[in-house]
Design a protein around this ligand. Structure first.
Ligand SMILES: [Zn+2]
Length: 411
């Protein structure tokens, strides 16, 4: 590959409290090899001038569902795996063009096949343009739990799905099956949810024994565990069972947030899809605008105060927050970068929100090659037209995207 030099008007490296000022970045064979005020220009190097841009690490969205769309929730069985793969291909392209060079899928919604794995391979083989994809397989759930979607079908439908397990023996077997089919994380539904018809966010999905067995089996294969969580009891149980990431955590009390912090667990608050709905819970217009899910509307109204208090306590905590949107549950017409603004609205400092999508996300994913601009790191680099420390909304206007040294978007 031809060496590339990016001349940036301003650089933020994914770590520092403030931007570093003008810098030059040398990229060779997809890797950053120098970041200085002025770098030596190799013979034949391509120069990319970005004088009026803030150059940053490629963003990481730690919670997406590439094979889902909100309008599909009621029709899981009417789309083939092939169609879901096309949705996945569309999703990873959209993520990449919005500056998200890495995404972690948090639950393959092809409940008969392993489509996220296929989309990941297609992107890695260069068959489709797309973000780096980290695959959590299917979201394991108890029967009748949050991800038993047969509940939304008619009672006489006998459809099967491959992500349901009860009791340690079945859980152990299913975790191993997911790993066999390419799961890099194990994701499970540890509590009920808002958008689902048959459960409640304060319901606990599994017993202590079941959660411990799930984490132990994943750990045997060196797979970290991520848990879908809302209610306080379930959050405590999952943290004590040893999960690495808490997804949502929207109803954790101040004491439980403290427990998350003490255990070094990462929290992905997905606030645009969560607490934002609590803020607008009384507005019929708001619910119309996001598809008017009657279960979600009812439960958000019921638990609004708990969610708002949780968001206030989270902003005051020192929990390691990682960035996640839940796109797929939300429409892909929405640019996932809206989550930055929502985090800041809820009192999270801009630098903490930006680290959540760069250095902290990479740490959570155990990918030391990502999330930071420095020599030796992957050349996943984006640029925005302004300073997000002053105006976080510029994160929605990514104008330049490079992944592993290849330019995918350039103004
Ligand atoms: Zn999700």
């Amino acid at each position: 590959m031809t060496p590339i030099i990016i001349r940036a008007g301003n650089v933020w490296d994914g770590l520092a409290e403030t931007p570093l000022g003008p810098r030059e970045i040398l990229i060779e064979n997809g890797i950053i090899t120098a970041l200085e005020k002025s770098v030596q220009v190799p013979v034949g190097a391509q120069i990319i001038d970005l004088p009026d841009r803030m150059v940053m690490p490629g963003l990481i969205d730690c919670h997406v569902h590439i094979t889902l769309r909100p309008e599909m929730i009621g029709s899981f069985w009417s789309f083939s795996g092939g169609y879901k793969a096309l949705l996945g291909a569309e999703a990873v392209r959209i993520h990449l063009m919005n500056g998200f060079t890495t995404v972690r899928d948090c639950g393959d919604m092809d409940l008969h096949g392993y489509t996220v794995r296929d989309v990941k391979m297609a992107a890695e083989h260069g068959i489709i343009p797309g973000s780096r994809l980290i695959n959590s397989g299917h979201m394991l759930s108890a029967r009748s739990g949050h991800m038993d979607t047969t509940a939304i079908l008619s009672p006489d439908c006998r459809a099967w799905q491959n992500n349901l397990a009860d009791g340690p023996e079945e859980i152990q077997s299913l975790v191993r099956e997911e790993i066999k089919w390419g799961a890099e994380w194990i994701k499970f539904a540890a509590s009920g949810g808002f958008a689902s018809p048959s459960d409640n966010p304060v319901d606990v999905g599994y017993t202590k024994e079941e959660m411990e067995c799930l984490v132990a089996t994943a750990t045997q294969y060196h797979r970290p565990v991520s848990a879908h969580l809302h209610g306080d009891d379930a959050v405590r149980m999952a943290v004590l069972a040893g999960v690495r990431s808490v997804e949502h955590g929207a109803m954790a009390t101040k004491e439980t947030l403290q427990l998350i912090e003490e255990n070094g667990v990462f929290l992905i608050p997905t606030q645009y899809a969560g607490v934002r709905s609590a803020r607008f819970a009384d507005s019929e217009e708001y619910w119309e605008s996001i598809g008017n899910n009657p279960y979600e509307k009812m439960k958000m109204r019921m638990y609004r105060d708990v969610l708002l208090e949780n968001a206030r306590n989270l902003a005051k905590s020192n929990i390691r927050i990682a960035f996640g949107t839940d796109l797929g549950i939300m429409s892909y017409a929405i640019n996932g970068a809206v989550e930055f603004g929502e985090m800041v609205t809820n009192g999270i400092a801009p630098v903490r929100a930006l680290r959540a999508a760069t250095s902290v996300a990479a740490e959570m994913l155990m990918r030391p090659d990502l999330g930071v601009l420095a020599p030796g790191k992957a050349a996943d680099i984006i640029a925005v037209p302004g300073n997000p420390f002053e105006d976080i909304a510029v994160m929605e206007k990514v104008s330049f995207v490079m992944k592993a040294g290849t330019v995918y978007k350039s103004a």
